[in-house]
Design a protein around this ligand. Structure first.
Ligand SMILES: [Zn+2]
Length: 496
């Protein structure tokens, strides 16, 4: 059974799926896996006619704790400031909006139907007020969760809250030390964190209506409590023993007497065996992925294997991308021809608005066609424009040299090594060019001519590739020849 159907069988009652992300940087492709997985779960529950909601939080109340090199200087003063209060790297709107807009665009392309909410709005609108109050009233229970899990004791002045400093606007630098039932006592410390400096302000302030924020683990449990979240998966780093999920679940139990949502850990995309990371420059960004894969193929990549398996995805100079397209075509066949059920299901749940059939041509062939002059017409005729766009990106950015070919302006050096039979064959082909050829028939004719001269197929076609592109292999020879200017071919084939 397909993993999503397996996970969701025999569930009862109202469902609330949630996921979240901090809009503070460019998302690498692995960052799309959670949203896509949750979207698939959402669709399956919809199919089951369940009362289901899918929300996705932009955690824009999180303080900026690191910056991309390009804005390290311009934005240094905003380190520690919540992302919804800092200016955008491009000067328009807020820091959170800048990255949030890119994520919204990718959601739209991928057909992810989550309701997006902003953490800052929920805090400001008082949606988390009850959760915050219960968290502060029960602070001893929260401390005990941390103490039990991390085996170190927390002092009486430890509270799971930080306020926005009314003087300097920073959140990452403040420490709450007391709670009197109405207000919290706080200090903005110069040396609380290494990445930002506080201003020294001390005072009392209400913790409600957007003045303060919980650290993300207690905050996670408050989201579960507030929305009654029933399903939330997470990357495996957040779900292993002693990790954030467990802390949040234990706080939820201790303070709110509730059970955590149903969850599974999902594995990462790997880049040469390592976890992808945009800050380390390992892997593709989400935008780069969507430049080389149609959204339905990108979804397919995220869901075709059980999410608990890591997937290596370094497409540079490898055949990972053409293979993925092949697999997608196989999945389409499974769907339309009632083949392998899991593969068919993965295809079905990869679709965006409606089930779309796949092109009849393999991606690797198309990647050759887009390199041939005058193949545009054929690409249009066969309705391959969409995949051709991706094939061009593939050739330009990822294909190995052996897949790229360029028609050589001068006769390549390698032509000297051709045998007399091969040279004669080329001259013979040149005399055939004035006839009106269908590519398929011409391909057969070339093969027959070679055979008559005692050449193998490899020697026959190798001769053509050698004089045109300087390699011993290439795209289908007849198509290649017919796509080029006739006089150019005649000159090249006769004068060797
Ligand atoms: Zn301050």
């Amino acid at each position: 059974m397909f993993w999503a159907d397996e996970f969701l069988k025999n569930r009862r009652g109202k469902e609330w799926i949630n996921d979240a992300w901090t809009p503070s940087g460019i998302t690498h492709m692995g960052g799309l896996k959670g949203p896509v997985i949750h979207d698939v779960l959402f669709r399956v529950l919809k199919e089951q006619q369940k009362d289901v909601t899918y929300t996705f939080g932009f955690d824009d109340f999180d303080p900026i704790d690191g910056l991309p090199a390009s804005i390290e200087v311009s934005h240094k003063q905003y380190m520690g400031v919540p992302t919804f209060m800092a200016p955008s790297p491009d000067g328009n709107g807020t820091f959170a909006d800048f990255y949030g807009a890119k994520m919204r665009d990718m959601f739209a392309v991928l057909g992810i139907n989550a309701k997006i909410y902003l953490a800052s709005e929920n805090y400001k609108n008082g949606i988390y007020n009850t959760g915050i109050k219960m968290m502060l009233d029960n602070v001893t229970k929260v401390r005990k969760v941390y103490e039990d899990m991390y085996k170190n004791s927390l002092k009486d002045d430890w509270f799971p809250l930080q306020v926005i400093c009314p003087t300097c606007g920073k959140l990452g630098t403040t420490k709450v030390t007391d709670w009197d039932g109405q207000e919290v006592t706080f200090t903005c410390l110069p040396d609380l964190v290494k990445w930002a400096q506080g201003c020294g302000t001390t005072g009392k302030i209400s913790p409600f209506d957007g003045n303060a924020k919980m650290p993300w683990k207690p905050e996670w449990s408050v989201k579960w409590y507030t929305f009654k979240v029933t399903i939330e998966w997470s990357g495996k780093d957040h779900m292993s023993k002693g990790s954030s999920f467990e802390v949040a679940a234990n706080i939820l139990q201790a303070v709110f007497d509730q059970k955590p949502p149903a969850a599974r850990a999902y594995e990462f995309f790997l880049w040469n065996g390592k976890k992808m990371s945009s800050s380390k420059g390992l892997g593709l960004t989400g935008a780069e992925l969507l430049e080389v894969l149609p959204p339905e193929v990108a979804r397919f990549l995220m869901i075709k294997t059980d999410p608990n398996r890591a997937v290596e995805f370094n497409p540079k100079g490898t055949d990972i991308i053409p293979k993925l397209y092949d697999e997608y075509q196989k999945a389409a066949e499974a769907y339309f021809e009632k083949g392998d059920a899991d593969l068919a299901r993965a295809f079905e749940l990869s679709q965006i608005l409606e089930i779309k059939n796949v092109p009849p041509v393999r991606f690797s062939v198309l990647a050759q066609w887009v390199q041939m002059p005058n193949m545009q017409e054929k690409i249009a005729e066969e309705g391959l424009e969409q995949w051709a766009t991706y094939a061009r990106v593939y050739i330009e950015k990822y294909a190995s040299d052996s897949e790229k070919f360029l028609i050589q302006k001068e006769l390549p050096e390698a032509a000297k090594a051709l045998t007399n039979e091969q040279k004669k064959l080329l001259q013979k082909i040149a005399t055939e060019l004035d006839k009106k050829w269908d590519a398929e028939e011409f391909q057969t004719q070339i093969y027959e001519l070679g055979k008559e001269m005692g050449l193998t197929g490899k020697q026959t076609f190798g001769a053509i590739y050698t004089v045109l592109i300087g390699k011993d292999h290439g795209p289908k020879a007849a198509w290649l020849i017919l796509s080029l200017e006739k006089q150019f071919i005649k000159d090249r084939f006769k004068n060797i």
